[in-house]
Design a protein around this ligand. Structure first.
Ligand code: ACO
Length: 337
């Protein structure tokens, strides 16, 4: 049977670091509020002058992942690019990344599932590999949030949580009798909550897509019903984890590490408590990066691997919930060394 196995990971964070103290100079917030409600201490943002898109951050992460896999870019069968902050309205960031990698024909597909982009991307990669459509896939999650945030007190509930960054994984189809690679996935969406977390404009349903009045009203900035999203997350994440474990016929105690989307430390601590998991089973790094949306799970995987929290033969569950709302989980076992 052909299995979709993660061969390597890579990450890239822009060097500019924003502390909670810096944000407190721009808006009515405090280090204490941000840490208590979210766990976040700092985040990375692109340079203030801009001119760096999601595909540029994604490129840096992709180069590291490709080099660690020992793959040349022209050996890729498919590029999957997950982002909610594409460089342009169109074409997709995947095409821009493909161009930067020096490729001329390799297909590129953008995934617009926000915080669950990596989960939808892994599942898509698995389907391509199992069906024989592709053997070597690059999956990138990358975000530039900082250029789209309201950094006044009006936008403080959202502005303090988001960070810029990128991470990439190389996924390979391998013939294996053992249970390795993607063992199962569970994906869901509920559009009833579309307005609970969104950026309203520019949008094709407005003519023109944005105007000065809308800009003055701040309708180009993300809005979030944080309490509602929080409640949905603490309910759905344990539920979808149970679903994916059941599908894979893997017990909770057979999982070496849970890597949740890093949206809020309190959400992930609630997940840990609900499942009654022992200390160290859930990976957190939101403290240093904030919420990097599509990049957050692969970024956490890259660090977890580097720190030896997961390694050859290890079983990991990726999970998350975000705008849409969408939520899901993917269980993956690394082959033995
Ligand atoms: N600094 C200081 N005070 C603030 C800030 C801030 N940055 N932001 C909001 N407040 C105030 C509010 O105005 C409110 O004041 P009030 O009581 O006088 O009305 C008070 O703090 C409490 O606000 P809540 O919104 O109830 O705070 P909460 O504890 O819910 O924390 C947060 C807010 C951190 C946003 C939380 O709700 C959360 O993390 N929600 C889930 C986020 C999430 O998972 N998003 C999905 C992923 S993102 C994606 O998909 C793109």
């Amino acid at each position: 049977m052909t299995r979709a196995v993660i061969r390597s990971t890579g990450r890239y964070l822009p060097p500019r670091i924003l502390t909670n103290e810096t944000l407190s100079e721009w808006m009515d917030t405090s280090d204490e509020w941000i840490q208590k409600r979210t766990g976040i201490q700092q985040r990375h943002w692109i340079p203030e002058e801009g001119d760096v898109g999601a595909s540029d951050l994604g490129y840096e992460a992709a180069v590291v992942a490709l080099q660690r896999a020992g793959w040349r870019a022209d050996e890729l069968d498919l590029i999957l690019f997950a982002t909610l902050s594409p460089d342009l309205f169109f074409p997709g960031s995947g095409c821009l990344l493909q161009r930067r990698l020096g490729l001329r024909e390799t297909p590129a597909l953008d995934i617009r599932q926000q915080c669950t982009g990596f989960l939808y991307g892994m599942t898509t990669a698995d389907a391509y590999i199992r069906s024989g459509l592709a053997r070597r896939i690059l999956l990138v999650g990358a975000e530039v949030h900082s250029t789209g945030l309201d950094i006044s007190t009006r936008g403080r509930d959202v502005a303090v949580i988001f960070g810029d960054g990128a991470a990439a994984v190389c996924i390979e189809g391998v013939s294996a009798d053992d249970d390795v690679g993607v063992l199962a996935s569970a994906l869901h969406a509920d559009g009833t909550y579309a307005e609970s977390l969104m950026v309203e404009a520019p949008a094709s349903r407005f003519n023109p897509r944005i105007n000065e009045n809308m800009l003055r009203q701040g309708r180009q900035y993300p809005v979030m019903d944080g309490r509602n999203i929080f409640k949905l997350a603490v309910h759905r994440l344990p539920e979808v984890t149970a679903e994916v474990l059941q599908k894979a016929e893997v017990g909770l105690d057979q999982v070496d590490l849970f890597i949740p989307h890093q949206a809020n430390l309190r959400i992930n601590q609630a997940f840990e408590k609900t499942l009654n998991l022992p200390e160290g089973k859930v990976f957190h790094n939101i403290q240093r990066y904030g919420n990097t949306t599509a990049a957050s799970i692969p970024l956490a995987l890259d660090e977890a691997w580097e720190q030896g929290r997961i390694g050859p033969g290890g079983t990991v569950v990726f999970l998350g919930l975000g705008a849409g709302v969408t939520w899901g989980a993917v269980i993956h076992r690394f082959p033995d060394a």
